[in-house]
Write a protein that binds this ligand. Structure first.
Ligand code: C2O
Length: 534
């Protein structure tokens, strides 16, 4: 195992897209940011120095951070922000995972431009459990605002209105052409008769996406740093924070093909419906030749999204078994949704709130992990409800009452090494949307999903406990539920939230506290000496 050293300098950079120029926050002047290349088992040292006027933190999305919660990154959950002029060394080891993940800023909406890929190769001498690709390519999907993104979210919070939607989607930082503004779009260069491993990442703030290459099927082999049973598809469904590795085998002749990326929203509210355009171009094909075209699924193509999720299974081989918890110590049922609350300080008189079990999460001003480790009282409570405060039922006429929320910095405590079953029930009361939910510190198994109310008597009988897909972010369907299981084998404080940044802002989040364990091998490591102060 090696130590991988990186220096992330947070700097501003003037960038032109959609024929307009603005200054964006970047790592080392790059958008998307630099890729981390590591091997399973490596120690990663990223020194972050902040040269901008914003507070910054970075999260290594999907890295388990076993015993190193101090390096996880979400502001005020595990650390104080790194203030202008300050620096922090993110020090962690990548244990028991390999594949593709992403890193991104985890404060305000800075991840719009502060994100990049994490490529984790298997240990030296360990092959992939699929045919060795000739080449590997990273594809990062994102979204782009012509306006300053921090101003967009600030205005939304002040007015109590939904934030402006993005102006375009991006593929590796490039938009396609829009009316009045030509743009070549990103080109993926390939040769005929070869196999490529595509490492596809959705780093967008607010959109779940479809991804499709004209004239080619691709074979999914890994999601969220866990191998899957290979399956062939023409369309990938990918939520913010999720990653998908897929094999692309090129044809025998040359050609140019459209790569299309478009949003998914099953009930169309305000969404950036611009399709991002990129191209797959074979060597020997002229840049200006006409591409083979394709269309992505309709914006509300729920069956396509659900079908893609149904096809995902853990590889569950002898070498990579799916260790699904078969017993459950903590059985939790969380409703997730967005409602409207009165707001005296908003110009709009009311504001949207996101709530889990009717509790909208208030960000603390002392990081939860610090409060937990040093036993600082008054920062958070441990009374997060195991089930909704107000009983939820689609068929009952209780919309008004279900919209009521309370708020607080409430956490739920899990015993170290206990097993957890968590049913996430989308309430879909006023904003029918699916919610890509992300859990820090763990991978979880997606053991079941369905539409309507979760039925605690019958649905668990149908759970897949053999080869459910293992991931860190799952899209909970509109008007439906998803059940996950994990083992609480990682001491610390772990954020659970919707990865649509707009919903995180509105409070659709909570945190788990996992006991410190008993022995030195089960306890959280002490905080590093350069841990930022608030
Ligand atoms: Cu990728 Cu808490 O986030």
């Amino acid at each position: 195992c090696k130590v991988r050293l990186y220096h992330f300098r947070v700097v501003l950079k003037n960038t032109t897209k959609l024929c307009s120029t603005k200054s964006i926050v970047t790592i080392n002047g790059k958008f998307p940011g630099p890729t981390l290349h590591v091997r399973e088992g490596d120690n990663v040292n990223v020194r972050l120095t902040n040269h901008v006027q914003y507070n910054v933190t970075v999260h290594w999305h999907g890295v388990r951070q076993l015993r190193t919660g101090w390096a996880d990154g979400p502001a005020y959950i595990t650390q104080c922000p790194i203030q202008p002029g300050h620096s922090y060394l993110y020090n962690f080891t990548v244990t028991g995972q390999r594949g593709t993940l992403l890193w991104h800023a985890h404060i305000s909406w800075l991840r719009a431009t502060l994100h990049g890929a994490i490529v984790i190769f298997p240990k030296k001498g360990v092959p992939y459990p699929f045919p060795k690709p000739d080449k590997e390519k990273i594809i990062i999907l994102g979204d782009w605002w012509k306006a300053d993104v921090e101003a967009v979210v600030k205005q939304a919070i002040q007015t109590g209105l939904a934030p402006n939607i993005s102006d375009a989607h991006t593929v590796n930082g490039q938009t396609g052409a829009v009316p009045g503004c030509p743009s070549p779009g990103f080109t993926l260069h390939v040769e005929s008769g070869k196999t490529y491993l595509l490492r596809i990442i959705n780093a967008a703030l607010n959109d779940e996406l479809f991804f499709k290459i004209a004239g080619h099927n691709i074979t999914v082999v890994e999601v969220d740093s866990g191998y899957t049973k290979p399956f062939s598809t023409d369309t990938i469904f990918i939520g913010p924070g999720q990653t998908t590795n897929a094999l692309l085998t090129t044809g025998k002749s040359v050609g140019k093909y459209l790569i299309a990326v478009s949003p998914f929203m099953d009930t169309v509210v305000a969404v950036d419906n611009v399709t991002a355009i990129a191209f797959l171009r074979y060597k020997g094909t002229l840049a200006f030749s006409q591409p083979v075209l394709t269309t992505t699924p309709a914006i509300n193509a729920t069956p396509v999204a659900e079908n893609f999720k149904d096809n995902l299974r853990s590889l569950n081989s002898k070498k990579y078994p799916a260790n699904v918890p078969l017993t459950v110590d903590h059985s939790l049922y969380f409703t997730i949704g967005v409602g409207i609350d009165p707001c005296a300080t908003c110009t709009n008189g009311s504001k949207p709130v996101g709530a889990v079990n009717n509790v909208s999460f208030i960000m603390p001003t002392t990081p939860l992990l610090q409060a937990h480790y040093y036993n600082i009282s008054g920062v958070f409570t441990e009374d997060f409800p195991a089930k909704p405060l107000i009983p939820f039922n689609y068929t009952g006429n209780n919309t008004a009452i279900n919209l009521q929320t309370t708020n607080g910095t409430r956490t739920y405590r899990l015993a170290f090494n206990s097993t957890v079953q968590l049913v996430l029930q989308g309430t879909t009361i006023i904003a029918p949307e699916s919610h890509p939910f992300h859990l820090h510190g763990f991978n979880f198994f997606v053991v079941g999903k369905g539409l309507g109310n979760f039925d605690p008597d019958n649905d668990p009988k149908k759970f897949n406990l053999a080869d459910p897909v293992e991931r860190n972010t799952i899209s909970v369907p509109t008007a439906g539920w998803t059940a996950i299981r994990f083992r609480a084998d990682n001491p610390g404080v772990w954020f659970l939230h919707c990865h649509l940044e707009v919903h995180t802002t509105w409070g659709l989040k909570m945190a788990f506290v996992v006991d410190n364990g008993n022995g030195p091998n089960e306890s959280l490591l002490p905080p590093p000496s350069d841990l930022p102060k608030c």
